[in-house]
Design a binder for this molecule. Structure first.
Ligand SMILES: Cc1cc2nc3c(=O)[nH]c(=O)nc-3n(C[C@H](O)[C@H](O)[C@H](O)COP(=O)(O)OP(=O)(O)OC[C@H]3O[C@@H](n4cnc5c(N)ncnc54)[C@H](O)[C@@H]3O)c2cc1C
Length: 409
């Protein structure tokens, strides 16, 4: 692409910021405009439910780039600016102040937003969500003042907030319709490890039941569960998943399903318009299906991949999905994208808090999670990629190096 051309990125968070950085690294000398609705320069969200929420980390540590980076790189960062519309027919964007901005290539990194609880009382003061730094600041103050928190939803955000609140000295209850925390991704065996982890840190778990109402006259005073119990609380945090922010794309006639649909090059159904990060439902050549990954590493890597492809590289994005979480003293990394499996096995004892879990389908590893075991995601991902049938005895034997588990290695 030439110096006279413009690449616009909508969504100034991790995927967008890394894409802008990559455009310059790859030598693009044209105009780069990075537009974001939030007031801050791009920052990382994982600390918001962990160290930042607890007050362990300074704000300065959560930014993607140093202050001054965007100006130095000649990237026009426009914060507090909402893009109202995309017009593919004229290759223009409409901004909230009415300005029309022309682009030659467009990248949509509009991310995701928390799903809202829709039960009676859900709008009462004292019901919190957690997505941005303002939410984290408000929640940190509220947790400091609360005597008892109810977390609705035992997914990643709910589980991490529960852990942080316990570490901050607040009483915590957590409610989820699943039989164990994180049931959808982890399944019963590994979910049980997280149930035990939270229970051992004093979280009251209400599992196998939903929330029917937030109770309270003027402010949230607790929740009523579907099985008829009332859990008293002076603070409620809702973590029931996120929805991709597809509204701009949809209105522009770009194909949208569970996210903005992109091919393996991260290009949408409209030529010249790309999408990456939480919002993108990308065709994954290795998995043979479209996947939308709502995790940090995906935004970190897809942003740059989209940038290179906008410049004409046409590289397929086929990384093994990966995420991490930290709860209390358990740090874990998960690789893979397992939705169907027939067996779960452990290398090491989960009761010791140090182990690797493997999810298998037809004798092949489809996902692996290392908990308090480090520097093993390379071999775990190699096992997943190999699609080799593995010997379970060798897979679960800590004495056999993971690199030597797959046949033929
Ligand atoms: C509290 C929290 C903890 C997390 N912890 C982990 C973790 O431990 N491990 C992990 O792997 N992942 C974690 N994640 C997930 C990870 O942060 C996300 O996957 C990542 O932020 C996705 O980045 P993104 O750039 O795709 O989108 P987002 O971070 O969602 O950013 C999208 C940006 O686009 C802006 N935007 C949207 N529409 C418009 C518009 N029309 N005009 C202008 N701007 C717009 C939004 O305001 C937002 O700033 C966590 C997320 C949260 C919220």
């Amino acid at each position: 692409m030439s110096e006279s051309q413009t690449i616009v990125i909508v969504g100034a968070s991790l995927a967008g910021a890394k894409a802008a950085e990559t455009l310059r690294q790859e030598g693009f000398a044209g105009r780069v405009v990075l537009i974001g609705e939030e007031g801050d320069r791009p920052y990382e969200r994982p600390p918001l439910s962990k160290g930042y929420l607890r007050g362990d980390e300074e704000v300065v540590k959560i930014f993607v780039h140093e202050e001054g980076f965007y100006a130095e790189q000649g990237i026009e960062l426009r914060t507090s600016t909402l893009v109202k519309a995309v017009d593919p027919a004229t290759s223009q964007l409409v901004l909230d102040d009415g300005e029309r901005l022309a682009y030659d290539r467009l990248l949509l990194t509009t991310g995701a937003a928390p799903r809202r609880l829709t039960v009676p009382g859900a709008d009462l003061p004292g019901v919190h969500y957690l997505r941005d730094v303002g939410d984290a600041d408000g929640l940190a103050v509220s947790i400091g003042q609360a005597s008892r928190l109810v977390v609705v939803g035992a997914g990643w955000i709910g589980s991490e907030v529960a852990a942080s609140a316990r570490q901050m000295g607040t009483e915590v209850a957590m409610v989820d319709p699943g039989a164990v925390p994180l049931a959808g991704v982890m399944g019963p065996e590994v979910g049980a490890v997280f149930r035990q982890l939270h229970a051992s840190h004093g979280v009251d778990l209400y599992l196998g039941t939903g929330v029917e109402a937030v109770v309270g006259r003027k402010v949230a005073e607790g929740v009523r569960t579907s099985d008829g119990r009332v859990i008293d609380a002076d603070l409620v945090v809702v973590g029931i998943g996120v929805a991709p922010r597809t509204e701009l794309a949809e209105a522009a006639g770009i194909r949208v399903g569970n996210g903005i649909e992109v091919d393996e090059h991260l290009e949408t159904s409209v030529s010249g318009i790309f999408a990456a990060g939480d919002v993108a439902a990308a065709w994954h050549p290795g998995l043979g299906e479209r996947v939308r990954v709502e995790h940090w590493a995906n935004a970190l890597n897809q942003g740059p991949a989209a940038a290179r492809n906008m410049l004409g590289a046409r590289i397929a994005y086929d990384r093994v999905p990966y995420f991490f979480s930290d709860q209390y003293d358990l740090g874990m990394e998960y690789s893979g994208y397992a939705r169907i499996w027939d067996r779960v096995v452990f290398r090491g004892n989960p009761d010791d808090g140090k182990f690797i879990a493997f999810w298998l389908a037809d004798g092949r590893v489809v996902a692996g999670m290392n908990a308090n075991v480090w520097d093993v995601t390379g071999p775990i991902q190699a096992l997943i990629r190999s699609r080799a049938t593995v010997d379970i005895g060798r897979l679960t034997d800590p004495a056999v190096p993971l690199e030597e588990v797959a046949p033929g290695t």
